[in-house]
Design a protein around this ligand. Sequence first.
Ligand code: C5P
Length: 232
Amino acid sequence: MGKDVIVACDFASAEQTFAFLDKFTGRKPFVKIGMELYYAEGPAIVKEIKARGHKIFLDLKLHDIPNTVKKAMAVLRNLDVDITNLHAAGATAMMQGALEGLTREDGTRPLLIAVTQLTSTDQETMERDILIREPIDQVVMHYAKTAKNAGLDGIVCSPLEAAKVHDTCGKEFLTITPGVRFADGEVGDQKRVMTPAQAKEIGSDYIVVGRPITAAADPVAAYERCIAEFCD
Ligand code: C5P
């Protein structure tokens, strides 16, 4: 898989999701299914979107004891998604268990990506609530290295961190970056943003784009603009 634009389908129901996806009559976007949609509609939504020919990033961010995560991943592997994820804070044994659970009998598996420190957690929150006192950028880079050493394929990070992650963990280690906005678009609640063109320049492997596409007057045109800026 090469560079691609992943559309965050942050919808509350299958009905809304399909009303959105039905607009795409040409190129089929890579779709991110998150907790809201998955918990509302269950595994059926994944199978239906897959059957329509979309690639899928199942963003459920697993975090539990290694045995539980391994068994959960062994269920998810049957959904035939392309990418899934977990929290690096679950540590090495959990990540290795996840990889084991995710690997099918024929040796294939979805890509497995780690979430490092959520962007909603800042330095102050980290120090106060979880007693992590190192600078947050060092914490993110440490999680990235731990994920790489555990055998994972990449991390979710800000586009601003993508170049450093590649320097630290190698070009092959994937960076999936949300927080993307068009130069002339609304920023909304995202704090540190980049355009698709800037994300390409800095070396992001995949950009995750939600509202700039889902809330656009013409979502297909907004998606094609992302593709043109990021992939072409
Ligand atoms: O609408 P928007 O483009 O901001 O959507 C970005 C998507 O990426 C959302 O699904 C959001 O939950 C996700 N995400 C994020 N920042 C992170 C991790 C995930 O925005 N650090």
